[in-house]
Design a protein around this ligand. Structure first.
Ligand code: ZN
Length: 160
């Protein structure tokens, strides 16, 4: 079992508490089989709502799947308690926002899509529906008469 941290980095403008919203938030990943090196060509997603049993009564994981190439059973689990918001003071720095516990595979790519939420850093204005698929997002915050935004979204994975 290995834990991988997903580190998120973006430039924040007048915004804080950027977070995946809800149990149904979809983490879109590309996964690499640790046995044969096969990388899935399609994006796969896992959510906190998904739970599949592991072989031999070893508990459960968010996703259990057989590698298409070598047939080994691999699994990945979202560690719920590690989900951490990305805040104004984290701007322009990599920060681990979630950890995945993996057996037999590792995440090699991540694509943020819809389902993020955030709030105005000074105004507290809630922004409940943020899509980061384009790598940039912005809106106008009427409370402060200024724009708010999340720009140049990037990521990396680290072994924890
Ligand atoms: Zn394989």
């Amino acid at each position: 079992m290995v834990k991988f941290g997903l580190q998120f980095k973006a430039t924040l403008e007048n915004i804080t508490n950027v977070r995946p919203e809800g149990e149904d938030f979809r983490w879109f990943l590309k996964l690499k089989c640790g046995n044969c090196g096969e990388v899935s060509d399609k994006w796969q997603y896992i959510t906190l709502m998904d739970s599949m049993p592991l072989k031999g009564g070893r508990g459960s994981a968010s996703m259990v799947q057989k590698c298409k190439l070598c047939s080994r059973e691999n699994s990945i689990d979202i560690l719920k308690d590690t989900i951490t918001p990305y805040n104004a003071e984290d701007s322009d720095k990599f920060k681990t926002i979630v950890q995945f516990e993996c057996r037999g595979l590792e995440p090699v790519d991540f694509q943020p899509q819809a389902g993020f939420a955030a709030k105005g850093a000074e105004s507290g204005t809630p922004f409940p529906e943020i899509n980061l698929q384009e790598g940039d997002w912005n809106e106008y915050d009427e409370k402060i008469s200024e724009s708010v935004g999340i720009y140049e979204v990037t990521h990396q994975f680290i072994k924890c």
